[in-house]
Ligand binder design. Structure first.
Ligand SMILES: C[S@@+](CC[C@H](N)C(=O)[O-])C[C@H]1O[C@@H](n2cnc3c(N)ncnc32)[C@H](O)[C@@H]1O
Length: 381
């Protein structure tokens, strides 16, 4: 069994893991952890670097800390983290050190103040590479010892997430959310028909996809995206296998020669967020107006995808709003989706209370009033 330690937005983390490892059987989840069974550790390690919403991956070990320590040529450096029953950590650390000493092993635990370590500390101490990151998990009276087999490289991660030239006020799709959406789509040759600055496609290239396609109603956006994508590939020494773009109103997606002629196998996109709303200007009337203009695009878009018999995955996010601490969902859009699409389930049936009624995922950034609702869809046959 393999355990995944989850990010705070645990539903997004779980959906991503299940999409990346469809062969695993999900046996348990909580706010902190997902447990997968029937999955090979090597398989996990091969794909783990494409996970963006997992903090670390751990597996049960047969050996004990003492066995490992006796094999160690140097002073044995280790750390222990506990899940659930955190108050025992001090006792565990002290007892372990004592037992090691009694067995002639000189050791040092890295935990300071008898607390769990952060990912940054684990990376800094290189504890995963030396396989001495132990996790104690207490489940009522049972105790399991696990070792960390993979940890999110948060240095690289924050570089990728924050070094982007972006302005939060424009409501740009956060890279981490792009990556999750790409993972949900099975990350292949992606087409974004509302490309704007090319954020989704740049993230897709970072995830080793070499074919990217885009269109937008606005010619300047089509060209800006071309520059952004080409510059990005050049700076990172990535040679794209194919790329193509056109100026196109997404209502007439059936006229896109890209969709008709290229090997597009997923549409990943954020629908047009009409405008950014602030506390000062948000109102029901404005929201209704936005909905109306958006619906006129969505309606045609889906109908025309159906007309060309589009078979592949679609991962899309729609807006919904918060006004006076109440959420206004885009219920009108559910009707369109239900008419033209089969909504793909993101969680197994035995996972209760995790999905929304509409089988979507919700994402919010603090202080924003426009939220995102993410769907994985297939056009009805
Ligand atoms: C909010 S942006 C999309 C966000 C983007 N995916 C990102 O990287 O964060 C909206 C884009 O949709 C484009 N757009 C608006 N209406 C459109 C339509 N009918 N067809 C195609 N593109 C459209 C706009 O020009 C703009 O570039």
């Amino acid at each position: 069994m393999i355990w995944f330690a989850l990010w705070r937005e645990h539903k997004l983390s779980i959906a991503e893991i299940l999409a990346v490892f469809p062969e695993g059987k999900a046996v348990y989840f909580s706010k902190d952890i997902l447990i997968l069974d029937w999955i090979d550790k090597d398989e996990i390690l091969k794909k783990a670097n494409s996970l963006w919403w997992t903090i670390k991956i751990i597996e049960i070990i047969d050996s004990d800390i003492l066995d490992d320590a006796l094999k160690s040529e140097w002073k044995f450096k280790y750390w222990i983290s506990t899940f659930w029953d955190k108050k025992n950590l001090k006792e565990i650390l002290n007892t372990t050190k004592k037992i090691l000493k009694e067995n002639g092993v000189s050791s040092r635990f890295v935990n300071k103040d008898f607390t769990n370590l952060s990912s940054a500390q684990i990376l800094w101490e290189k504890l995963v590479q030396s396989w001495t990151d132990y996790n104690f998990i207490f489940d009522f009276d049972k105790k399991y010892i696990w070792k960390t087999i993979w940890i999110q490289d948060i240095y690289n991660y924050s570089k990728r997430d924050f070094n982007k030239d972006r302005d939060m006020q424009t409501g740009m799709l956060p890279p981490k959310l792009c990556q999750m959406m790409i993972n949900l789509s099975w990350w292949k040759n992606i087409y974004d028909p509302f490309v704007w600055l090319g954020t989704i496609l740049i993230e897709s290239i970072l995830m080793w996809n070499k074919k990217v396609y885009w269109s937008d109603l606005n010619q300047t956006m089509v060209e800006n995206s071309r520059n952004n994508i080409n510059n990005f590939a050049k700076e990172n020494h990535i040679v794209l296998e194919d790329s193509d773009f056109i100026k196109l109103n997404a209502k007439f997606i059936n006229e896109s020669n890209i969709l008709l002629e290229k090997e597009v196998d997923a549409i990943v996109t954020e629908w047009y967020l009409w405008e950014i709303m602030t506390q000062k200007n948000i109102s029901i009337e404005r929201i209704e107006k936005q909905k109306e203009s958006l619906l006129s695009i969505y309606d045609k878009f889906f109908l025309n995808l159906k007309n060309i018999d589009y078979k592949w995955n679609l991962v899309v996010c729609f807006p919904f709003w918060e006004i006076n601490s109440k959420y206004i969902y885009f219920e009108e859009v559910y009707k369109i989706i239900n008419e033209f699409c089969d909504i793909q389930k993101l969680f197994p049936d035995n996972f209760e209370n995790i999905t929304t009624k509409a089988w979507s995922l919700l994402y919010k950034r603090e202080k924003q009033l426009v939220w995102r609702e993410i769907f994985k869809l297939k056009i009805k046959a």
